[in-house]
Design a protein around this ligand. Structure first.
Ligand SMILES: *Cc1c(COP(=O)(O)O)cnc(C)c1O
Length: 385
């Protein structure tokens, strides 16, 4: 097997149109945030529906940070996060001097366990950050009930879930204080690096707009087109440098137009896997409720006790067969920083700790060919059959 034959775990789905749009932006001279970023925000908000404000940033991590900042999270506050996530979700809480409180997950969906979350609430708890893991939404009514009963602000980590439909609505169109999407290279749509915060609260949107560009009251583009002299601006806070560039936004606009098509391709791949692996010693991923939509950012299988190999050996054998697999996630409580800082143990997270030993993610990206999907199927069947 040559190196070219290796099927990586994930690849972006970038075509001629994205390349042309990014090149166009470069030719235009708008290399930083400009008219394409503004159009991307408008189109993204329109995609989600009425009353949505969208603010583009250079990562979802930046978005999570500024969303928490905008709703007033600060030192002494606690924010509930699932242990089953990427470290971004929790690190942004630390940026603000607050403490993330890790919570175990549901054994079926691997999404935040809402009962465990309610049990973890203290007088210091101000917010909850659910992650719609793999592209399957957290139970909407359960989340709303938790927020209402415990008086919590909700900031959704929607890095996996564009587009996801839950209880009939797109994730991002809902009533949470803020919902944050990622356009990282391997996510369901990409700008290379990028992210978007959406909110129905104009004050939250305004604060994030200010804080993403040095705490300046108007961004470069506003200055450029305004009737006020372009050299005039005011710094109102010690902000950050989190703005999205126009070439990236141009790529994002094309990807946005292809979001449904790319989702449908991933959905079709998931359906092939479901059927091909039904008789194997694998627990297959949970599905969305009828009428809802799973974004299928990840296809996470779990080896069952009767499998001939363990998870680590499975991933090694798959690599030998030319297929890249991954693990989502190494729970936060197992990483040295989080474990040591908050004295966390496996026993506090029985579900996540046990599931971590079994999970393996298979390639599921929209630019995979049928032949590549078939290769994954054959490799899995060979390793486990
Ligand atoms: C990818 C990811 C992020 C961070 O996204 P960036 O755009 O890379 O900052 C946050 N949360 C989760 C769950 C992710 O998978």
């Amino acid at each position: 097997m040559s190196a070219e034959d290796f099927l990586p775990f994930a690849l972006p789905d970038i075509g001629k149109e994205e390349i042309e749009a990014a090149a166009d932006a470069m030719r235009s001279g708008w290399l930083t945030t400009g008219p394409r970023a503004a159009a991307f925000e408008r189109e993204f908000a329109e995609f989600l529906g009425e009353g949505v404000h969208a603010v583009a940033l250079n990562s979802a991590t930046a978005g999570l940070h500024l969303a928490l900042e905008a709703v007033g999270i600060g030192p002494g506050d606690e924010v509930l996060v699932p242990t089953w996530t990427f470290t971004s979700t929790a690190e942004v809480v630390r940026y603000l001097g607050a403490d993330p409180v890790m919570v175990d997950v549901d054994p079926v969906t691997l999404n935040l366990d809402l009962e465990a979350a309610a049990a973890a609430v203290t007088p210091r708890t101000r917010a909850v950050m659910p992650v719609h893991f793999a592209g399957l939404a957290v139970d909407r009514s359960g989340l709303e009930k938790l927020a209402r009963n415990c008086g919590l602000i909700v900031v959704e980590d929607a890095a996996h879930s564009f587009p996801t439909v839950s209880a009939g609505s797109l994730v991002g169109a809902g009533a949470s204080e803020a919902v944050v999407f990622s356009f990282y290279a391997t996510k369901t749509m990409t700008t290379g690096e990028g992210g978007m915060v959406v909110t129905s609260d104009p004050d939250v949107a305004k604060r994030i707009r200010t804080m993403r560009l040095h705490g300046i009251s108007r961004d470069v583009f506003d200055r450029y087109r305004s009737t006020v002299p372009s050299w005039q601006y005011e710094v109102v806070a010690p902000g950050f440098k989190y703005n999205l560039t126009d070439p990236a936004a141009a790529m994002g606009r094309v990807q946005l137009g292809r979001a449904h098509e790319m989702r449908d391709r991933r959905g079709a791949i998931a359906a092939v896997y479901d059927e091909a692996f039904a008789d194997l010693p694998l627990e297959l991923p949970a599905h969305a409720d009828p009428g809802d939509v799973h974004a299928w950012h990840l296809y996470v299988t779990r080896l069952t006790a009767d499998a001939a190999v363990g998870r680590d050996a499975f991933i090694e054998e798959m690599a030998r067969a030319g297929v890249g697999c991954s693990v989502h996630f190494i729970p936060l409580h197992k990483h040295p920083y989080w474990r040591d800082r908050y004295a966390l143990t496996d026993e506090q997270f029985p579900v996540a700790s046990a599931q971590f030993e079994r999970v393996a993610s298979l390639p599921i990206f929209s630019s995979m060919s049928d032949a590549q999907v078939d290769r994954v199927v054959r490799a899995v069947r060979r390793v486990l059959g």
